[in-house]
Design a protein around this ligand. Structure first.
Ligand code: GAL
Length: 823
């Protein structure tokens, strides 16, 4: 019973080598793998590089393609052979095929799906059991960096013959009143040996053990007899219910219980409960599963947007791809938590897992932190975006993949809706809604408590019947259509499933500031004025206006929260860009532009879309969203920085983002005027500013009262290196992020520094990656030397297992004293 993390540290070997694919000797026990590398999971072989300038930027110029093998030897007790042993894989990129002791036991296609294979018949008692896994990533199978290998957790699950099926507990809260909530628990028991048995299932609800947070310190699952997620006395217990399993068919049990004075789950108070399910046979405990859930009601309303527990909540969301920047696709709870906390600081309350199911731990984190989630299944159906993408297996696999996503994730209180796809080509086709309806129906069969949605990029989809494919229409980049949609579909809810696609490089400013799309792109960087967008896209302000003028819309999901690996628009020659254009002339023009781009081999390998850069540093836009999403937080932010020795006396416009409604700008103490922000205006702009060194400062007001101030000063020469612990801000985590910058002797930061750094980590930690947020840098992320990029760099350190020793980070840059920080 219970689950165990696979592997034990340092006991998996891997050899990504495309020339070796298909050679089945790797699955044999006597194959000599002593030359193979030992490593820990999760693992992404692509992120190890090297970058190749001539490889496609759309998938990050990294070698994620090809075939990789993993082998793992492990022990099985005689006693375990009386029950079942499964291998649960949370995600393997891609096309995993699995052997156990030389016998083929199964596989999957979709790299983002979680799945299980049964090892039981092939195991023997003792230590010489072997699992071999082959992965294959095809060229032209992704529009972004997909990662490669066993990039999510893998679990060896041991259970009794009679056990709760995988994802076999489904908890819903169909009736919530002020002083009570009805909790319904459906349990699926199985006996895969095909025998007949009569199990008894019993459920109890507990308050969760909050001492087990943060998640970094907790395994997601527990051995049966050890303390798990539950604590204290049960709040309610169900009677034991007999469930008869016949001929190996799964058997269902269904009960409802009432909990008194329920604590509702919400972003401000993400309370959870735990169901403990026990399975008994002949008076013996056979299996025990703990399922976290939350009590809350959700609704989408055509006039009033999204309602949580009966009250309107604006969806202030972002889309996220699955990579962790310099760490690649290899899932890490600390890296994910850092991303989510940063987004919350901005006021973000929702994530769209674009465009595929996320890691299960990501949803655990969203439950815990109070962040809403759109669980999205696909980026395409049978019609391709790339030659070898999911289209190659959609017909045979979509049902399994969709059911797997919904079944796995339906107990998470954070998940508010299922998305059956993003910008699906079939949904441009007059008959496409039928297939859409079928996919929606699959979601409902697995989970009748949630609605479905899709991200439509074709405006007509809101009017030509295609909207019938799902319950809630998601528009990608259509702020101008909310009004017409609402008028013509008065009973259908709508929201911005993908918005803005503004592009910028953190810290880079090119003059003149201009709203023109092609301006502001120099040296493969994009000016950080938040006025530049992809050709099909809008500034954040245009979407804000669309939402403010149409309160029916439930909110937005900005493309994207963080920069991600791949898709470096506007320096991306990926022809799938053309899918964004319905106008044929425009399409042809862009096709020509992309052809030209291809010839130039731009070095760009990661996106410019992020509100936050790849290293995790805020771009200016962070504050534009914070001003809107946290209106009660007194804040002000000025751009650009104030270090322009070459621009003395030159026209240097200034913008201010603030949650205040009035602002006065001062240059070296002289007022440049006070402005009031009118309706539908989201930023303050002073276009007639002429640079002089010193200080630029803003004082803001709200309702006539002083609100927040901000200033930027011209720095002198660098005098020292500044090291700051960027994550975790409190508590412990397996990863520590240290930010590096330079300051002058008065402590003023140098925003343009490019000094080369050399980093050393001593004691209980090891350096695993560095980054500076530069989308064009082709040095390996594992390098211990790197330049500052617009004044900043990040160092990522992993705590070594089994040591409490302190960790010391040392950073050297020429001509400056060495800096040291204990973390
Ligand atoms: C959208 C697409 C996203 C991303 C984005 C960039 O059309 O759904 O995956 O490509 O464009 O602006």
């Amino acid at each position: 019973m219970g689950k165990f993390l696979l592997p034990e540290p340092g006991s998996v070997t891997e050899r990504p080598d495309s020339s070796l694919g298909g050679t089945v000797e790797y699955v044999q026990a006597d194959y000599d793998d002593s030359e193979w590398r030992e490593l820990n999971l999760p693992h992404d072989w692509g992120i190890e590089g090297p970058f190749d300038l001539n490889a496609p930027g759309e998938t990050a110029k990294l070698p994620w393609q090809g075939i990789g093998w993993y082998r793992k030897q492990f022990e099985i007790d005689e006693a375990d052979l009386g029950g079942m042993v499964f291998l649960d894989i949370d995600g393997a990129m891609a096309n995993p095929l699995i052997w156990c002791n030389g016998a083929f036991v199964g596989g999957w296609r979709f790299g983002y799906a979680s799945f299980r294979v049964d090892l039981t018949p092939h195991l023997r008692a003792g230590g010489d059991n072997l699992i071999s896994i082959r992965l294959e990533n095809l060229d032209e199978s992704s529009r972004w960096y997909p990662g490669s290998g066993l990039y999510r957790n893998v679990w060896l699950v041991k259970s009794s013959r009679v056990h709760v099926e995988q994802w076999g507990v489904h908890v819903t809260t169909p009736k919530i009143e002020e002083d009570s909530a009805l909790v319904c628990i459906e349990t699926v028991l199985n006996d895969e040996t095909g025998g007949e048995s009569a199990g008894k299932s019993e459920n109890a609800i507990y308050a969760p053990n909050t001492l087990l947070r943060p998640l970094e310190l907790q395994h997601r699952v527990f051995e049966a007899n050890k303390e798990g997620l539950i604590v204290g006395e049960a709040l309610v217990e169900s009677a034991r219910e007999t469930v008869e399993i016949q001929d190996g068919f799964a058997a269902h049990s269904s009960i409802c219980v009432t909990i008194d004075s329920p604590k509702l789950w919400s972003p401000h108070s993400p309370s959870r409960y735990v169901v403990e399910t026990q399975v008994w046979e002949d008076g013996q405990l056979q299996d025990r599963v703990e399922t976290l859930f939350g009590v809350r009601s959700m609704a989408f309303d055509a006039d009033n947007g999204f309602l949580l527990n009966g009250e309107r909540v604006m969806l202030q969301g972002v889309c996220l791809h699955h990579d962790h920047g310099a760490l690649g696709a290899a899932f890490n709870v600390s890296a994910m938590r850092r991303q989510l906390l940063k987004l919350q600081e901005m006021g973000c309350n929702a994530i769209r897992t674009s465009h595929n199911p996320g890691a299960p731990e990501m949803l655990d984190l969203c439950d815990e932190l109070g962040i809403f989630v759109i669980g999205e299944a696909f980026d395409c159906w049978a019609l391709p975006k790339k030659e070898n993408d999911y289209c190659t297996c959609f017909q045979r696999w979509h049902e399994r993949d969709l059911r797997a996503m919904v079944r796995r994730d339906r107990n998470h209180p954070s998940v508010i809706i299922w998305s059956i796809g993003n910008e699906i080509a079939e949904l441009w086709h007059p008959e496409g809604w039928k297939l859409g309806r079928r996919l929606s129906a699959i979601c409902k069969e697995e989970d009748s408590s949630r609605l479905t949605t899709a991200g439509y990029n074709f405006g007509g989809a809101g009017f030509d019947g295609m909207q019938a494919a799902v319950d809630v229409t998601g528009f990608n980049y259509k702020p101008d259509l909310y009004a017409e949609f609402h008028e013509r579909n008065p009973t259908r809810p709508v929201y911005g499933s993908e918005t803005s696609s503004c592009i910028s490089t953190r810290g880079a400013y090119f003059f003149p500031f201009s709203d023109e799309r092609l301006e502001g792109r120099k040296d493969f960087q994009v000016s950080s004025t938040d006025l530049h967008t992809a050709d099909w896209a809008f500034t954040p302000d245009a979407e804000f206006k669309g939402l403010d003028e149409n309160p029916c819309a439930a909110g937005e999901f900005v493309w994207t929260g963080f920069d991600y690996l791949g898709e470096p628009t506007p320096f991306n020659a990926d022809m799938t860009n053309l899918l964004n254009f319905s106008d044929l002339e425009e399409r042809e023009r862009i096709a020509r532009e992309l052809e030209e781009q291809r010839k130039n081999s731009p070095p760009s390998r990661s996106s410019y879309f992020g509100i936050i850069d790849l290293a995790g540093f805020e771009k200016d836009r962070f504050f534009l969203y914070q001003a809107r999403w946290r209106p009660q937080l007194p804040m002000a932010h000025i751009l650009p920085h104030w270090d322009w020795p070459e621009r003395e006396g030159e026209h240097t416009p200034v913008q201010v983002y603030s949650s205040g409604d009035e602002a006065e700008l001062f240059i070296n103490g002289r007022s440049l005027g006070r402005q009031k922000r009118g309706p539908l205006q989201y930023r303050f702009r002073w276009d007639e500013v002429y640079y002089e060194p010193g200080e630029i400062r803003v004082e803001t007001y709200k309702d006539g009262e002083p609100w927040a101030t901000a200033s930027r000063k011209t720095p002198g020469p660098a005098s020292n290196i500044v090291l700051e612990q960027n994550y975790p801000r409190e508590g412990e985590a397996d990863l520590t992020y240290v930010a590096v910058s330079l300051a002058d002797e008065k402590g003023v930061t140098l925003p343009r520094a490019t000094d080369e750094l050399s980093v050393q980590v001593e004691g209980g930690g090891e350096l695993i990656a560095t980054d500076n947020g530069d989308p064009t840098r082709l040095e390996p992320f594992q390098s211990s030397t790197l330049p500052l990029f617009y004044g900043k760099a990040i160092v990522i350190i992993r705590r070594k297992p089994d040591t409490d020793a302190g960790i010391k980070v040392k950073v050297v840059a020429a001509g400056l004293p060495e800096a040291e920080l204990s973390v």
